[in-house]
Design a protein around this ligand. Structure first.
Ligand code: G3P
Length: 248
């Protein structure tokens, strides 16, 4: 029986600032199977790892990512908002992240943050970076924006894509497939036995976000979801082990 993969959501984001190198380093040491990163584009069109369109919440800056050049972006402190222990953290470029990640034997989920701002050509820019780092075979590219999914599918129909959604819809898995998605990433509250069965009946992996509570993890493991995204990868790995030992 295939196990449910554990993806560290923005890294080990409960114990280090999200989407920074320390968060990813800690997650890589946790025994998690994969990491999840969020990508946006700077003014000079460099893919950088940050969740929000604005730098306000997770740095000491203000304004939008798209209005910063990479040089300006690199000057921001991306750790002190979380704890002064992380005051030397800067925002990572996708290239820096992939150089670090490539030698690890983990899988990757890149979320294209195109649901608010449709960064021109972000799909091709990110695809080319993944190709350059020989990462295409162990990466899932996801987005809440179906246009991004369709664009990636058009660039390379063999690349793994996922439609991200928190909205219930009739025949969700078929809808996602129709737009070029090879998998489905759903908010936990959408998860039920029927949806997992429907996805698996068309060989579509289903992964669930953001799963931090043991009870919710248990439901995902029990239903044989293909993956979960969690802020607490260390706990999820331990909990999955316990679950497997019980033989449920
Ligand atoms: O990719 C799963 C999860 O990251 C989606 O939600 O808001 O964290 O981007 P959000």
């Amino acid at each position: 029986m295939k196990k449910t993969l554990i993806y560290a959501h923005r890294g080990a984001s409960k114990i280090a600032p999200e989407n920074t190198l320390p968060a990813y380093q800690l997650a890589s040491e946790s025994g998690a199977d994969g990491l999840e990163i969020d990508v946006q584009l700077t003014k000079d069109r460099v893919p950088v790892i940050i969740h929000d369109e604005s730098v306000h919440r997770t740095t000491n800056g203000t304004g939008f990512v798209q209005d910063y050049t990479l040089e300006q972006m690199k000057k921001l402190d991306a750790g002190s908002w979380f704890s002064t222990n992380f005051s030397d953290c800067s925002i990572l470029t996708l290239d820096e992240f992939l150089c670090w990640f490539q030698p690890l034997s983990m899988v990757l989920n890149v979320e294209l943050k195109t649901n608010v701002i449709e960064y021109k050509d972000i799909e091709l820019i990110v695809y080319n970076a993944l190709k350059h780092h020989q990462m295409l075979d162990r990466t899932v590219l996801s987005s809440f924006n179906l246009n991004s999914i369709t664009k990636i599918h058009d660039i390379d129909p063999n690349v793994q894509t996922a439609f991200l959604t928190s909205t219930k819809r009739y025949n969700l898995e078929k809808f996602a497939k129709h737009h070029g998605a090879s998998s489905l990433h759903v908010k936990y509250r959408l998860l039920d036995k029927r949806l997992v069965k429907q996805c698996h009946s068309i060989s579509m992996p289903i992964r669930v976000y953001t799963v931090n509570r043991p009870l919710y993890m248990q439901k995902c493991f029990k239903l044989r979801c293909d993956g979960i995204f969690t802020d607490v990868p260390h706990e999820a790995v331990e909990y999955r082990q316990k679950f497997q030992n019980r033989g449920d």
